[in-house]
Design a protein around this ligand. Structure first.
Ligand SMILES: Cc1cc2nc3c(=O)[nH]c(=O)nc-3n(C[C@H](O)[C@H](O)[C@H](O)COP(=O)(O)OP(=O)(O)OC[C@H]3O[C@@H](n4cnc5c(N)ncnc54)[C@H](O)[C@@H]3O)c2cc1C
Length: 271
């Protein structure tokens, strides 16, 4: 089966079976209208989806029990008794104020994320105190469904967005050609751009989440990971307000820690 493929250089190359890869016009502006539409429709624009799928039962109480153990001579048997919400709040405040944050490691939160780019993934996995499971590009082939993320700066400019979509499409076409040529998916994926969408499940404890939010909710963080972090913070706050009330970039609870402040600080929240 011959397959058409645009080569940047305009060369013709042969692949297994003798099929010829041919150059097509490089810029969407040069494509006939119908073809341009078809090219662009090949891909779905992705939407980020963030879900909190699981967390430690009674996460606030779990941390507060650990804090109580540190600060009282109550027996283990009595430790969990008479736990009122004001007491939990009081203990957690004390913990955060004193920086005795290891206590917050007793509550874990698991998020499922999809419609985010491999560019985001590279930043996210720099956070070492987290557990990750990521959709494999070795075992999952993207022949039928290939989604990619378009940054808003690109999406806002129609001509640029079209050129971007076509460039991603070209990479996808080469990917298909490589697979059809017998190249394993683990090697064919080398041509997939950072824009490619992926799916992730990640687990962090409350201490790491607070740290993650301080770095990635900041206006200085890159837009995509910031959007994800802000969504995660909203979900975590809903599940455990006492653990995440005062979370976010440093400007939430004190001075900005960035060299070049953004000039749009978050609303201050008391600890
Ligand atoms: C705005 C922004 C710009 C960035 N730009 C770049 C860049 O240009 N280049 C680049 O390479 N990275 C960059 N990064 C990534 C950054 O350097 C960190 O790798 C990333 O934010 C993870 O932070 P972390 O190490 O504090 O977090 P985690 O890995 O989640 O660790 C949490 C905390 O645990 C402790 N910890 C973890 N591992 C160790 C260890 N081995 N030894 C001692 N303590 C440890 C530290 O206290 C650490 O803060 C950037 C990050 C941000 C937010």
């Amino acid at each position: 089966m011959p397959f058409r493929f645009p080569l940047p250089s305009g060369e013709r190359i042969k692949v297994r079976g003798g099929s010829i890869l041919q150059r097509t016009p490089p810029h969407p502006g040069l494509l006939p209208d119908g073809e341009k539409e078809r090219e662009l429709k090949r891909h779905e624009l992705t939407t980020m989806l963030v879900k909190l799928i699981r967390h430690t039962p009674e996460p606030e109480k779990s941390c507060a029990v650990a804090a109580r153990l540190c600060y009282s001579n109550t027996s283990i048997g009595n430790l969990q008794r008479k736990f009122t919400r004001p007491l939990v709040q009081d203990l957690l405040k004390k913990i955060v104020r004193s920086g005795h944050l290891s206590v917050l490691e007793h509550a874990s939160f698991t998020f499922a994320v999809e419609g985010v780019s491999r560019a985001l993934l590279a930043q996210l996995t720099r956070h070492r105190i987290a557990s990750f499971s990521v959709q494999s590009q070795r075992y999952v082939k993207f022949s039928d469904k290939f989604e990619f993320v378009t940054p808003p700066t690109i999406a806002r400019k129609r001509e640029i967005a079209e050129a971007y979509a076509l460039a991603v499409n070209e990479a996808k076409k080469l990917y298909d050609v490589l697979l059809l040529s017998g190249i394993p998916a683990e090697d064919a994926r080398y041509v997939i751009p950072q824009a490619a969408a992926t799916k992730i499940i990640l687990t962090m404890n409350a201490r790491e989440l607070r740290h993650f939010f301080s770095l990635r909710c900041c206006n200085r963080a890159q837009w995509e990971i910031r959007a994800m972090a802000v969504e995660m913070l909203a979900l975590a706050r809903r599940a455990a307000p006492l653990l995440f009330r005062s979370c976010g970039p440093s400007c939430v609870s004190g001075a900005c820690s960035e060299d070049k402040p953004c000039g749009k600080p978050w609303k201050k929240v008391p600890l």
